[in-house]
Design a protein around this ligand. Structure first.
Ligand SMILES: Cc1cc2nc3c(=O)[nH]c(=O)nc-3n(C[C@H](O)[C@H](O)[C@H](O)COP(=O)(O)O)c2cc1C
Ligand code: SF4
Length: 623
């Protein structure tokens, strides 16, 4: 079979006429259904390597939409391109953890070997090189995606070898294993990416029996299942920590003939990669939890929204879904119980962090740009296609299956008051043992740092950029919903890291990922990023600190969704916990008034944290 990614004829794709028949065939594959727009565009992008105006026209006619509507979706997602991309597209993760792990040298090696710079496509159309935000591989950074294949722990040598192999015509899959085609879907997944499970707890990563939770749920009425989940104290693991049982109760109470259960596998928060490991190692448990949720709320249809960056896991997940159907634990009459019907499909994302927000996720599944929806109504009341929809995180569903098996009391007894059970933490950055730690809630940051061998830490980011950055004097604080809440990301930074560089990177992430719907988020984050650049250059004065605070609160108060409501957090938490970093980089104000602190002595204390030599040094000698 000819690999669609390797046409090999050297003809520039833009010069080839639009293959209307092939585009129509793709639309037909999805019943010309406008709600399957994501699948249609993904397939067209893969086939043509771009979504041309002519293809948009064809898709619009087939699905009964206007060209503008199709274009609105095609231009929203970063994995769709409006100009031809290379047959092999290398997307290099430019997360701050990757940068600190030697990304720049690996990039240079790719550029030199392929003869193109980041942002370019080679003249023969074979290669594109680009940056992409966090691809969920911070524990094995620097990393990149080569089409759907993930390569990790990049060094200049490894990047050079990869580029040469590709130039010699090797398929990206062969970079993972020469035997790739002979491997099972699971073997392919673990050949590409390490799980790095460092600590297995009792709930998720220890031994887990197959379908015992579902079997027990089969004997319970929906109301009893919801009561058990409520009694366990389980709170959502996707970041917001909403009580899972309560969410299900709302959905079950809605009068509707159709309800949905969606699994949020969009894991895009920089520094988070725990769902990646569950999707690899516990997909059965996750789908078991979804099936239990379906019984509880009366849903027959479900969906796993898998981020485009995890496309390498798709085949593995599909094989698990197929096996479950064959075993009678998914599909009609589950476990031979008449009328217990539930089935799911995978919906791929296409490179948009905002689609992890549940309203945006639903929009994306409906074939729309991934924009959050106005709330209320909430998804549990009116979600996918207007029907009640339960959206839960991958880890939450896994917990549910274990709770139904072992009982609510067992789960409730673990952790702390208000934060029950265990949690997966994705730990990365400056520590010797990055990876996945399943721990009961309540551990202190200091205890965690000792487990991960990150005792040199000067700063720890808990909960990703939308979370909190804490300094050494707060390492006694605990990982609970009431103290340091996190969807799972813990990023460790040692004293040699530049705090303002980190903050600026995270602001650039939010600028890139804002869906653009609200002005404060779209524009305000750009201003915040520019203001941080001013501090980094040593051009800020004391009034800029006030500016940061005022603008941040405006963005938080006026944004429509959680992205805007948390995007100033990298600034606010470092202003609070690393005040010297800001004051040390602040110059005398324009009106001639001295700032109210002694810059030089402040610099001495803060320089080790901010890793700034003096501004004069940076200006004269470059950084
Ligand atoms: C910008 C943004 C991104 C989000 N990304 C994710 C994500 O990748 N995975 C996830 O489970 N929840 C994510 N959430 C939270 C979801 O909106 C939602 O609360 C969650 O999926 C509910 O599941 P849970 O109750 O099991 O946590 C995100 C929220 C926001 C505002
Ligand atoms: S807050 Fe930002 S991401 Fe959320 S809807 Fe507004 S513009 Fe979009």
């Amino acid at each position: 079979m000819v690999d669609a990614h390797f046409p090999g004829n050297g003809v520039a794709v833009a010069d080839q006429p639009e293959d209307t028949g092939a585009t129509l065939e793709i639309c037909g594959r999805y019943d010309n259904d406008k709600h399957r727009m994501m699948d249609i565009l993904i397939a067209v992008q893969e086939q043509n390597r771009w979504i041309s105006p002519a293809a948009m026209e064809t898709i619009a006619k087939a699905t009964g939409l206007t060209r503008i509507e199709v274009e609105g979706v095609a231009t929203f997602y970063s994995f769709f391109s409006q100009e031809p991309r290379g047959a092999v597209t290398i997307r290099i993760c430019d997360d701050i953890v990757d940068r600190f792990a030697g990304l720049a040298e690996a990039v240079r090696a790719f550029e030199t070997e392929l003869g193109i710079s980041v942002g370019q496509t080679s003249a023969d159309g074979r290669f594109s090189l680009e940056y992409t935000p966090c691809i969920g591989m911070c524990d094995q950074a620097p990393a990149a995606m080569i089409n759907d294949v993930v390569v990790t722990r990049l060094t200049p040598q490894k990047a050079r070898a990869i580029a040469r192999a590709l130039l010699d015509g090797e398929r990206p899959e062969e970079l993972i294993s020469a035997q790739f085609d002979l491997l099972s879907p699971y073997e392919r997944a673990i050949a590409a990416v390490d799980n790095n499970i460092r600590h297995a707890g009792d709930v998720l990563l220890g031994p887990v029996p197959q379908d015992d939770g579902l079997r027990k749920a089969g004997y319970l009425r929906p109301e009893q299942i919801i009561a058990a989940v409520e009694a366990s104290g389980l709170r959502g693991c996707g970041g917001a920590g909403f009580t899972t049982g309560a969410k299900w109760r709302f959905a079950a109470a809605e009068k509707d003939t159709r309800r949905f259960v969606f699994c949020n596998a969009d894991e895009g928060e920089p520094g988070t990669f725990k769902d990646r490991v569950l999707l690899t190692e516990r997909p059965d448990l996750m789908i078991e939890g979804m099936t239990i949720a379906a019984r509880a709320v009366g849903a027959r249809e479900g969906l796993i929204y898998l981020r485009g960056e995890y496309a390498y896991l798709r085949e593995h997940l599909q094989s698990v879904i197929d096996a479950r159907r064959a075993r009678g634990v998914l599909g009609p009459d589950i476990m031979a119980r008449q009328g217990f019907d539930f089935d799911i499909r995978i919906q791929m994302g296409a490179g948009a962090y905002i689609c992890g927000e549940e309203g945006a996720l639903i929009s994306s599944c409906e074939g729309l740009p991934g924009e959050p929806k106005t709330r209320p109504p909430f998804p549990v009341n009116r979600g996918y296609l207007g029907h009640p929809t339960v959206v839960n995180n991958v880890e939450t569903f896994c917990h549910v299956a274990r709770i139904l098996d072992r009982g609510a009391e067992w789960f409730h007894a673990m952790g702390t008051e208000g934060s029950h059970g265990t949690k997966l933490f994705s730990v990365s950055g400056d520590c010797l043992n990055p990876g996945i730690y399943e721990l009961q809630y309540g551990l202190s940051i200091r205890e965690l740092l000792s487990m991960v061998s990150g005792e040199d830490a000067a700063a720890v980011l808990v909960g990703g950029p939308s979370g909190t950055m804490i300094a050494r004097d707060s390492f006694h604080r605990k990982l609970t919903f009431d103290d340091l809440a996190t969807g799972g990301a813990v990023v460790v930074f040692n004293g040699s890291r530049n705090i303002l560089e980190i903050v600026e990177y995270y602001m650039s992430f939010f600028v890139h990922e804002s869906c653009g719907y609200c002005t404060p988020c779209r524009v305000g984050n750009v201003f915040l990023q520019k203001a941080i650049q001013k501090f980094r250059k040593g051009h800020a004065d004391a009034s800029d600190i006030e500016y940061l605070r005022t603008l941040s609160s405006t963005i938080i108060e006026t944004s429509r969704c959680g992205l805007g409501m948390t995007s100033p957090n990298p600034i606010l938490s470092t202003l609070e916990n690393f005040p010297l970093v800001y004051s040390a980089t602040t110059k005398t104000s324009e009106d001639g008034m001295k700032a109210t602190f002694d810059i030089q002595s402040a610099i001495d204390g803060a320089r080790s944290i901010a890793k700034r030599r003096s501004y004069i040094y940076d200006r004269d000698f470059g950084k």
